[in-house]
Design a protein around this ligand. Structure first.
Ligand SMILES: [Zn+2]
Length: 578
């Protein structure tokens, strides 16, 4: 071998297989890894990775870039956290198939379920598609920084087939069910990697209604599963409260049996049903014993709300004095809030009734924390606002008020919504170690006014492999495998997620000692100037997609090698023969 495109020299390779780290060179040519070991060929470009980690690019199976992918070439924040493949179209929401008359319905659905500003979607979406295949063509026309993969969302499908009746959750007729089955099959054949649905009461449209797919009849779900079977491909993605627990899990199993395809569902520890995850894991283990490919998507961090003056919600949103200034630009709001008279008045007020969630925050100071810099996502109970108030005799409202108004009002309080019932991450550790779970739930591109868990792939390395002090840590090879090879295999992308000859050259070069999350902050760069939470990290020396360096020390190089991936990808011939 004379010359190749790129050689990453002398790095500590954690290859995604789960095997021990080893010092090796990685040669890349024409978008593929061609050699791992001692590489004698020269690279047209070389990266000295001495003392650095070399891993596959992360494969994030749970994102919501369905809108952003159509107007933005960069899939940030995922791509600045080392993800080189993102799977979107999750949780039953998305923008195809769609009729001209239903654009607004799908925007209201996405805005409500995923907290993506409707104004941004209205301005950003070009709607140059009707069928799911048209939508794929529209995505494919635009180059991106990383690879994008999508699924056909049940919400859009149901509204497309049933119109208003679908949106209102009416039962589908036999003919409509047959049509949903046909369209699912065709979407998979056109290149969707799966089908997604939501059945949770938590997901609401922007008007507060339940989503179109909540309560969809078993017959409808089974017909859609038959559509996947007919296509001979695809995965199922599922969100449910598992209220009727046994029936719901029976249905999950039935869909996997009927379709012959794998299914994954979201799993968190919610405070209201703190033991449900254990019941789910027991059924997962049983299903695995029966040979059914069912997995739970879990996250190694609390699902964390960021409460702040720039965000969707904070504890004072319903105080009358705040409501009077809520419409003002941030700087003006903060200036008013810093006036002692205003502060005293607001703190003495009772919240307005009728906002149960917001008002419950004021009673949840035991579960609210100053996120800090560097951000601390596993704070001890004695660090809570309530504990601090108790220790100092201060009014907890006042502590919160001062944190929110500090630094020009840009700070955030951390409210661990899920996965934090016991005030530590030991249960999520148990979830992650179960062989029937997958790393997921980053929700990249979504909940942009209140959640920024898209940085979790970075956090998995910093916290779980290096910094955790409140319990056991995880091995680096396990964490790398869990967010590369395992997630890639889960959706049938066998051409990536491993540093080995023949594999797609998606690679991170990481300064592990320096790897660090910065605190999340608000930016106003969505179409129409709408806001979204952004979070950067230091320590990603290079991120490479299809053999091209796309980010160097956190800066975009301008390269856009990312492509739409249509459907499953076979393992490279060189590996298949092994
Ligand atoms: Zn989701």
């Amino acid at each position: 071998m004379g010359q190749v495109d790129l050689v990453i020299r002398g790095g500590t390779v954690v290859d995604g297989s789960g095997g021990a780290p080893r010092i090796a060179d990685v040669a890349i040519d024409k978008g593929l890894i061609v050699e791992v070991g001692h590489v004698s060929a020269q690279g047209r470009e070389e990266i000295d990775a001495t003392g650095l980690l070399v891993t596959p690019g992360w494969v994030d199976i749970h994102t919501h870039y369905d809108g952003q992918v159509t107007w933005d070439r960069r899939m940030t924040p995922s791509s600045i956290h080392g993800s080189t493949t993102v799977i979107m179209g999750n949780c039953g929401v998305g923008f195809a198939p769609v009729r001209k008359t239903d654009h607004d319905t799908l925007i209201r659905l996405m805005e409500g379920v995923e907290d993506i500003p409707g104004a941004a979607l209205h301005e950003g979406l070009s709607w140059e598609w009707e069928s799911f295949a048209d939508y794929l063509d529209a995505i494919e026309k635009v180059p991106h920084d990383i690879d994008v993969v999508t699924q056909v969302p049940h919400g859009a499908l149901r509204v497309y087939v049933m119109g208003e009746r679908g949106a209102k959750r009416e039962p589908a007729t036999e003919a409509e069910i047959a049509e949903m089955k046909r369209l699912t099959r065709d979407a998979i054949k056109a290149g969707a990697i799966g089908f997604s649905t939501t059945r949770t009461m938590v997901h609401r449209t922007a008007d507060g209604d339940l989503t179109p797919t909540v309560g969809a009849a078993d017959a409808e779900m089974i017909a859609i599963a038959e559509g996947l079977r007919e296509a001979g491909a695809g995965v199922l993605q599922w969100v449910s409260d598992f209220r009727e627990f046994e029936h719901e899990f029976d249905l999950v199993e039935k869909l996997v049996e009927v379709s012959g395809r794998p299914l994954s569902f979201s799993m968190v520890q919610a405070d209201v049903v703190p033991n449900q995850w254990r019941d789910l894991m027991a059924r997962l283990d049983k299903a695995a014993d029966a040979g059914l490919p069912i997995k739970a998507q879990v996250q190694g961090r609390p699902v964390g709300l960021m409460l702040g003056l720039q965000g969707s919600v904070h504890p004072f949103v319903t105080r009358p004095s705040y409501q009077k200034i809520a419409h003002l630009p941030l700087a003006e709001r903060v200036a008013i809030m810093l006036e002692p008279v205003f502060r005293e008045k607001l703190l003495a007020e009772a919240p307005e009734a009728g906002h149960p969630f917001v008002n419950s925050l004021a009673g949840a100071y035991h579960k609210m924390f100053d996120l800090g810099d560097p951000p601390n996502y596993e704070p001890a109970p004695e660090e809570s606002i309530a504990a601090r108030a108790k220790a100092t005799g201060e009014n907890p409202d006042a502590i919160v008020y001062d944190i929110l108004t500090a630094n020009g009002g840009t700070g955030f309080l951390f409210f661990p919504l899920h996965n934090y019932t016991e005030f530590n991450l030991d249960n999520t550790l148990t979830m992650m170690r179960n062989p029937n779970t997958l790393f997921g739930l980053s929700d990249g591109g979504a909940h942009v006014g209140a959640i920024c868990d898209v940085s979790v792939p970075t956090y998995m390395l910093t916290h779980w492999c290096r910094d955790r002090t409140r319990g056991e840590r995880l091995d680096l090879p396990f964490v790398v495998k869990s967010q590369t090879r395992d997630t890639a295999e889960a959706v049938g992308l066998l051409d990536r997620g491993l540093i080995a000859p023949g594999m797609k050259a998606d690679v991170n070069v990481i300064d592990f000692e320096r790897l660090q999350l910065r605190p999340p902050h608000m930016v106003y760069d969505l179409p129409s100037g709408a806001r979204r939470l952004m979070q950067e990290a230091d320590g990603y020396v290079a991120t490479i997609c299809s053999g091209e360096v796309i980010y160097r020390n956190g800066e975009h190089t301008g390269a856009l090698p990312g492509k739409l991936v249509r459907g499953h990808k076979a393992a490279p011939v060189s590996r298949a023969a092994e």
